[in-house]
Ligand binder design. Structure first.
Ligand SMILES: NC(=O)c1ccc[n+]([C@@H]2O[C@H](COP(=O)([O-])OP(=O)(O)OC[C@H]3O[C@@H](n4cnc5c(N)ncnc54)[C@H](O)[C@@H]3O)[C@@H](O)[C@H]2O)c1
Length: 469
């Protein structure tokens, strides 16, 4: 879908750039998104590591799989050796590379005291100016709960403040993330690095995610362009907007897609399902027979590999003016139905091992929003469901995660009054709204066969929005 953001188009033109610069107005930079067949990286990756790390070989292997050209920071001799072992092309970083590197990757896993943080400072102090627009920054740390000392745990937690600040400081469409590695998570770093270092994560910034032991113990490294090949994916609310983009993204990556939406959308649904070589399921998820109908569909297909709960509605009113039916319908569609369908599918073992459940929550569920007490409650409740379901589903080899989109350009947001819409678009580090595909790519990363080490996560797709920050 083309962006409806006319200010972005205007301010990216020659005259618009001059005018907005002169007036001191926001100057959003068009985001470069993943395109099959195009290079995933914007340029060489500068790699640095604090002394004592034990993950260089995993990083080198993951970067090699991405076809990365790497440069090493002078303080990171260990990395140079690992790169040599894995035949990752490497050269020494020089400051004259200004504006030309594609990503900065720093391994902070071994930092345990403030003395160790000096390596973090030196790396970013020296390299940050070298990043091209739309570049990427990834810091890998140790999950604080797994650190060996109070100081180490505190410092690892501190990395969150550091990366979030870089996101706000660098801007220029650069996305910055922190990956907290848990013991045994090294082997499943691949899909996460590929997501965070590429244009797939264009509108995801300021996020922290834990990567642990995969729930199935299996780590696949499939063909990156067909990572969902052989997998069957159910997407609810798939006749338009974000849901349709999720279906298109999974079909692009080789999945068999099952598109579900309400009966009035049946003809649109059938049209899109046919175009994507998938199937259509015209069904209201709140109808009394919905759970059985979905379980029967899953059984008929030998189970689903991925279930994406995207269907959602808003019925905005302040609490005093809200009718009981507005309250009920939002909770039923957005929360109760997705939860009960998930429980039914898990009990029926209708989600195959190495399967995924992904809920579409919302920034409203994190920050709250005027007139959305029903909606924010339902979306926050999905985050609560993730916390409780994730460890239970793991025993079946299934992960449960959520995305929380911020301002995404859809029919839902086109209906927002102009001034509020403009504020929603600009109040983030990217100074623009996201596209449905940004949410879809994030869900596809959770659903990647190699992402079994990410369970119980909530990742915001909001361009590092100031709301709920
Ligand atoms: N657009 C945004 O900025 C934004 C931000 C945060 C979260 N979200 C969430 O993303 C999801 C998709 O949003 P969108 O903007 O594409 O909305 P949309 O209204 O364009 O699409 C929602 C789809 O869900 C379907 N649906 C509604 N009730 C259903 C039911 N009972 N059974 C089956 N299908 C049903 C609708 O028919 C529609 O096709 C929603 O859960 C929404 O809350 C959107």
């Amino acid at each position: 879908m083309a962006s409806q953001d006319q200010y972005l188009s205007f301010s990216s033109s020659g005259f618009g750039k001059w005018l907005t610069g002169t007036l001191g107005l926001p100057q959003p930079i068009p985001l470069v998104r993943y395109r099959p067949g195009k290079p995933e990286l914007r340029g060489p990756v500068v790699v640095g590591a604090a002394p004592g790390s034990k993950i260089e070989d995993f990083l080198a292997s993951a970067l090699r799989a991405m076809g990365a050209v790497t440069l090493y920071h002078p303080d990171s001799a260990d990395w140079r050796l690992a790169a040599g072992r894995h035949e990752v092309m490497t050269g020494r970083f020089v400051p004259e590379d200004s504006g030309r590197t594609g990503a900065l990757l720093f391994d902070a896993t071994a930092i345990a005291d403030t003395e160790g943080l000096k390596a973090l400072y030196a790396f970013f102090h020296d390299t940050i100016r070298s990043l091209a627009t739309n570049g990427r920054i990834v810091v890998i740390g140790t999950a604080p709960e797994d650190a060996d000392s109070i100081e180490a745990a505190a410092i690892q937690r501190g990395l969150e403040g550091f990366t979030r600040s870089l996101g706000k400081e660098v801007r220029r469409a650069v996305a910055v993330q922190l990956v907290w590695l848990k013991p045994g998570g090294e082997a499943s770093l691949d899909s996460t690095l590929r997501f965070f270092l590429s244009g797939r994560s264009a509108y995801v910034s300021g996020q922290t995610v834990r990567v642990g032991v995969p729930v199935t113990g299996v780590v696949d490294r499939p063909d990156p362009a067909r990572s969902q090949a052989g997998r069957t994916v159910l997407i609810t609310g798939a006749s338009r907007g974000i849901g349709l983009s999720i279906a298109e993204t999974f079909a692009r990556d080789g999945a068999q897609v099952v598109l579900l939406d309400i009966p009035p959308a049946a003809s649109e649904l059938a049209k899109h399902a046919e175009r994507l070589g998938g199937a259509a399921l015209a069904l209201d998820i709140t109808s009394p027979d919905a759970q059985d109908a979905i379980a029967a569909d899953a059984a008929g297909r030998g189970g689903y590999d991925v279930v994406v709960h995207n269907a959602g509605i808003t019925r905005d009113k302040t609490i005093a003016k809200m009718s009981a039916s507005q309250w009920d319908s939002v909770l039923d569609v957005n929360f109760a139905a997705p939860l009960h369908i998930t429980e039914k599918l898990l009990v029926a073992k209708a989600i195959r091992p190495n399967g995924r459940v992904v809920f579409v929550s919302s920034l409203s569920g994190i920050a709250g929003n005027l007139g959305q007490s029903n909606y924010a409650l339902s979306k926050a409740a999905l985050i609560g469901a993730v916390g409780k379901l994730a460890p239970l589903a793991a025993t079946e080899g299934v992960t449960v995660n959520a995305v929380a989109p911020g301002f995404i350009e859809t029919q839902m947001t086109a209906a927002i009054p102009f001034a509020i819409r403009e504020a929603g678009r600009r109040m983030n580090s990217m100074s623009q709204g996201g596209l449905p595909v940004d949410v879809a790519e994030t869900i596809a990363w959770f659903a990647h066969p190699g992402s079994g080490g990410i369970n119980g996560a909530v990742v915001r797709v909001c361009g590092q929005s100031l709301l709920g920050a």
